[in-house]
Design a protein around this ligand. Sequence first.
Ligand code: GSH
Length: 222
Amino acid sequence: MPDLHLYIGYRTVSSWSMRAWLPLAKSGQPFEETLIRYRLLEQKQLLREFSPTGKVPLLVHRRDGDEIKVWDSLAIGEYLADTFPEARLWPADPVARAFARSISAEMHSGFKALRDHLAMALLERMPKTIEDHQALAEIARVTEIWRQARDRWGRKDGGPWLFGHYTVADGMYAPIVTRFRTYGIAVDPICEAYMETVCADADFMAWEAQAEIDPPQEPLID
Ligand SMILES: N[C@@H](CCC(=O)N[C@@H](CS)C(=O)NCC(=O)O)C(=O)O
């Protein structure tokens, strides 16, 4: 039985679960996963019993007789990067790493208008014109981040990710890529190429394939 166990939410809408799952897949470590259908009262109650926040994602790592719990997507990325350094989940260069951490934290704590106006709907395609000024500013900010990372580090490293090789930052922005795809947001060629990299990635496609198979989420409960 693998020592790592990740609890996730509905793959079509749980952007935070995707942000933890992708770096875990990229760590190369075997892991188990459990889908928590948190809209079902009994599953929500169960989740509250073992997740400190009652939310997903939650990583449980059995290690040296201990059971380490890490909740919150960004903390999971940090934990994986610390625990499995060979996976290089942050850039080695301190300046690139500072940038990667900053943009990951920025995603984690911001972009509220983007979340509100472009809700994650992984498998849907519903192009729309965004008119909200804040949402438009946040879309522009995301594309600025991608261009800066690709121009300064990604292309130099030779790989197709923000910093060349895969990092936690790519996981943090993957749900945004899906939102841009769902709502048909036009981006410049650098960002378009980056979005193609994300969508053609084997781990991303595995997540998406499972999302196709999972039953749809239940209606909202109080
Ligand atoms: N800041 C948290 C957010 C976690 C979060 O909001 N998870 C949602 C799913 S995407 C959840 O568990 N919702 C269930 C609920 O609130 O009942 C993180 O980064 O992991």
